[in-house]
Design a protein around this ligand. Sequence first.
Ligand SMILES: [Zn+2]
Length: 227
Amino acid sequence: MKKWQRWLLVMALVLPIGGGLLTSESAQAASTTAKTAKQVKVTKQHYLFVMGHGAGDGGARGNGTTEAKALRKYLLPELKKYAKQVKNSDITFYNPKRNLVADTLQRHQGSYKINRHTTVIMFHLDAAGGHGGHVIIHRKHPTKRDQRLAKVIKTYIGLNPAYRGYSYRTNLRNCNVLRRRGIDYSLVESGFITNRRDFRHFKKDRAKLAKGYVEAITHEKLSGHTK
Ligand SMILES: [Zn+2]
């Protein structure tokens, strides 16, 4: 082999390695960029709003309707309206045709499939012998969000005197799945469906109630009139 031929051979071997290094470096740079974009996205808190019951489970009954129907008919459209105004968080809704509890406990989906960074807000109505609403919380003490939520309930529905705003429960099986997975949640009871006064306020003040809830949850001031 002549000297120039040997050089050529060496270059032929070395160049692809150098090129390869360059490629992997730029690939790394690209993946860093992608990661940064992803991190920015993650910092926007995601809230999943769940209308309780549904899919054949009506929940509590009262005032000629069921919990599942009343939540979907009165509260859901208003929550959707105000959720659209939110800028600093993302709010999505659990499929209202489905029942989160049944999806979790019977199908091993629902709460098992929710992203661990999501905050879950479940909406319910109480039944039988009582009045006023409260927040079911997942730690012994209410979070700031729970405190804001209880204030909204107090303003438009009134608080259940049995709980004075909050009830710490560890016997709700669906909620326990969330707790075990380290998922943050609140369960909002907007009064008793069986109580005429509670239910009248729930219907009449549904827009203010929904606006108050979305503001309490996202801690963002929303504009827009309420009817
Ligand atoms: Zn319920």
